[in-house]
Ligand binder design. Structure first.
Ligand code: SF4
Length: 213
């Protein structure tokens, strides 16, 4: 309940903040779907959320990476993750929708989109976060087959943990330097002053409040 309320509050504040950019996202999404013969997710809330995540991804990384996967640090794979990604055709054909449920097979019904959204929500919200003593360990999540990347990724897990813990998350453990770098960007955007250390083959991001002079 607490998590849902926090998500709703953040969602509506983002809808207002990105109101102009949301219209721009709408333009290319509908054009692409028309050209390829896909349907677009008909549910306003998830559709708007996906557009918000695309906007935030572009602001954070300079490119419109998939709302569901942070860039991996491997340039070849990352090129494939730019939305519309290299997996959209195969996923809509095989599963009905792309991974994030933004695009669907032509004529996909509202109920089928809903089913795909439930699967997506389960992947991101159904999983228990590994939090101990104010530290989140993001490793060991299931791997998405076509991309070979964790679901949920370290960035989504950290955003969720920050919201659940009212910002009282002191450190995050990740597997790769790219993930650690993204958490530094995230921390800075929230007025924190994160630092990275390397420990036993993983990276630890300390999230500390910005020091005032
Ligand atoms: S899975 Fe869907 S939303 Fe994600 S990048 Fe691919 S086409 Fe875009």
């Amino acid at each position: 309940m607490k998590e849902t309320l926090a998500m709703m509050k953040s969602f509506f504040s983002d809808v207002w903040r990105y109101r102009k950019e949301l219209k721009k996202q709408d333009g290319w999404i509908k054009q692409f779907a028309k050209k390829k013969g896909y349907s677009v997710n008909p549910h306003w809330m998830i559709y708007t959320n996906l557009k918000i995540w695309l906007i935030q991804s572009e602001k954070m990384f300079g490119k419109r990476y998939c709302p569901c996967f942070e860039p991996s640090g491997d340039p070849e794979l990352d090129k494939k993750l730019i939305c519309p990604c290299a997996f959209v055709k195969e996923e809509t054909e095989n599963n009905g929708t792309c991974h994030c449920t933004l695009f669907g097979r032509a004529g996909l019904s509202s109920a089928e989109f809903k089913k795909a959204e439930s699967r997506l929500m389960e992947e991101y919200q159904g999983v228990a976060l590994d939090i101990k003593n104010g530290a989140l360990d993001t490793r060991g999540m299931p791997i998405n087959g076509p991309r070979g990347l964790q679901v949920p990724d370290a960035l989504h897990q950290t955003k969720r943990a920050l919201s659940l813990m009212n910002g009282n998350l002191s450190r995050v453990i990740v597997s790769t330097q790219a993930e650690a770098g993204h958490l530094v960007l995230l921390g800075k955007s929230k007025g924190l002053d994160p630092t990275i250390t390397s420990e036993n083959g993983c990276f630890v991001v300390e999230l500390a409040p910005t020091r005032r002079l």
